[in-house]
Design a protein around this ligand. Structure first.
Ligand SMILES: [Zn+2]
Length: 506
């Protein structure tokens, strides 16, 4: 990194001297600086093969056409619009068509309970017999398959099937049900004028679904669908944030959290049997940051227990929930000691606009605690010592553009710090965070913003390839699994290039 900076400054110095001395034309000096910057960006040093060069030419044709259209008319510039307004434009885009077919490797930051499309949840889980709905003291609808547990209901629990039957239109009922677990609105600027408004609704959606996903048949079907949605978007592997709570069945019997691990392993095994190209998932055990130190220690112990039993499956630990409202990581430094040598931290950090506030220092503590990757790292750009350290220590930033926009950190994603990470080739991977809560599936939509909004206009296949390969490079797959993943990726990538050149993609 240091050598890049020295190279860069010497080019500038050289250019100034030579212009003064008339050795180089102004045009040459200009070109030299642009080339030097291109080399510094994510993917800048990748050499494309002949096939890739041809595919890149096609991709760039569509990318530049789309950008030019947006430049002429900002109303159709998907790259600069809020996702809820841009989604139909993105879905008609050739660039998006390309990205959907592109093998994307892995998603390394996604929360299980917000991973599956809300539409699927309504069409499937809400039609499972026995689903009940009630309203809690905050006016939030809570869904569950049991009456026995205290879910904080303030109203009587009613069967969803009966409510639906009694409603004027079952379709309208389902649409309203889906609104409980999806942030979509055509006017986000009106419905969510502040970060507080959108986070309240966002957290409520977890409350609505929390107990449903602990019902054994729903747990199995939901996680199968999670894998299906990843696989259908050409993703072959994922590292998922989740915790393991008690499960229950129709008779009200409950099962220890370990049962959830076994059930999930079973789902993965069966899924892989049907889809051998899918490599599987690993789990980052996650707990809410809004708890006291004792509770945190309990959760950490629970993680360590599960990790010792499933060390190649439950691989790491993280804290979740709104950073600005939760406790800063610093609070828990003493509670999170004695991490087993085989386990790792994957902290959310810097998901904030509060420069210099206590949550802003989560980045510092995450790095001091030797985090393997950083979730979001949105505020990292403001901390030069930290981003230099991230680069030197090769800690990848899990960038989730749509999440950062929908959850109110930035409106126009061309202002997202991911652009800075790319300009400095700071290690990063593209992630999707909570796709089910805003109607994306897989990674293609986030990749759209990565290449159209974060990357410079002239970035194409080199950048995309770098980001895709990063997703395996910065995963915690073991040596054997990593070898298989790269072999799969090479094969799928090559098939993809062939398909593009045969005209099967555009
Ligand atoms: Zn997250």
């Amino acid at each position: 990194m240091r050598s890049h900076r020295i190279l860069f400054s010497s080019i500038i110095l050289f250019c100034i001297t030579t212009i003064k001395g008339n050795f180089l034309t102004y045009e040459n000096a200009r070109r030299a600086v642009i080339q030097a910057e291109d080399l510094l960006t994510t993917g800048g040093r990748i050499q494309l093969n002949d096939k890739e060069i041809k595919v890149n030419e096609l991709f760039m044709k569509y990318k530049l056409e789309e950008l030019a259209k947006g430049y002429r008319n900002p109303d159709v510039n998907a790259a600069g619009l809020h996702f809820f307004k841009a989604k139909p434009l993105i879905e008609h885009s050739k660039v998006f068509q390309f990205l959907r077919r592109m093998p994307k490797g892995a998603t390394l930051h996604m929360h299980n309970s917000a991973s599956v499309s809300s539409e699927w949840v309504v069409r499937n889980i809400s039609y499972m017999p026995g689903l009940l709905r009630c309203t809690n003291k905050d006016g939030v609808s809570v869904l569950s398959f049991r009456r026995s547990l205290d879910l904080g209901c303030e109203t009587q629990s009613v069967y969803v099937a009966e409510e639906r039957l009694r409603s004027i239109s079952p379709m309208a009922y389902d649409r309203n049900l889906e609104k409980l677990i999806n942030l979509y609105t055509p006017v986000p600027e009106i419905e969510y004028p502040t970060i507080g408004k959108v986070w309240t609704k966002f957290q409520n959606m977890f409350t609505t679904l929390n107990d449903v996903l602990r019902y054994l048949p729903a747990y199995r079907a939901y996680h199968w669908q999670m894998l299906e949605e990843l696989y259908n978007d050409n993703i072959m592997y994922a590292e998922i944030r989740m915790d393991f709570k008690e499960l229950y069945d129709y008779s009200g019997r409950t099962f220890a959290p370990e049962r959830g691990v076994k059930e999930l392993l079973n789902v993965i095994e069966q899924f892989r049997y049907q889809h051998p190209r899918f490599l599987g998932i690993k789990i980052i055990y996650s707990t809410n940051r809004n708890v006291d130190r004792n509770r945190m220690r309990e959760q950490f112990d629970k993680f360590k227990q599960l990790h010792s039993a499933y060390s190649n499956f439950i691989v790491g630990f993280d804290l979740v929930g709104q950073e600005d409202k939760g406790k800063p990581l610093y609070t828990f430094v003493q509670s999170l000691t004695n991490l087993p040598p085989t386990a790792r931290y994957f902290f959310h950090a810097g998901e904030t606009n509060w420069y210099g506030a206590s949550t802003d220092f989560n980045l510092l503590d995450a790095i001091l605690m030797n985090t393997t990757r950083i979730g979001h790292g949105y505020a990292l750009m403001k901390h030069p010592v930290l981003w230099n350290s991230v680069k030197t220590r090769d800690i990848a930033i899990e960038v989730s553009p749509i999440s950062n926009q929908v959850l109110h950190l930035v409106w126009d994603l061309r202002n997202h710090p991911g652009g800075f990470f790319m300009s400095q080739n700071i290690p990063m991977v593209v992630c999707n965070d909570d796709p089910g809560f805003w109607s994306t599936k897989g990674l293609s939509y986030d990749f759209y913003y990565a290449i159209m909004s974060l990357a410079p206009n002239n970035s194409g296949l080199k950048t995309l390839k770098n980001l895709v390969w990063n997703s395996i490079r910065y995963s915690v797959l073991n040596t054997f699994e990593r070898k298989a993943a790269f072999a799969n990726l090479e094969r799928d990538w090559n098939n993809f290039l062939e398909d593009v050149l045969k005209g099967l993609v555009f």
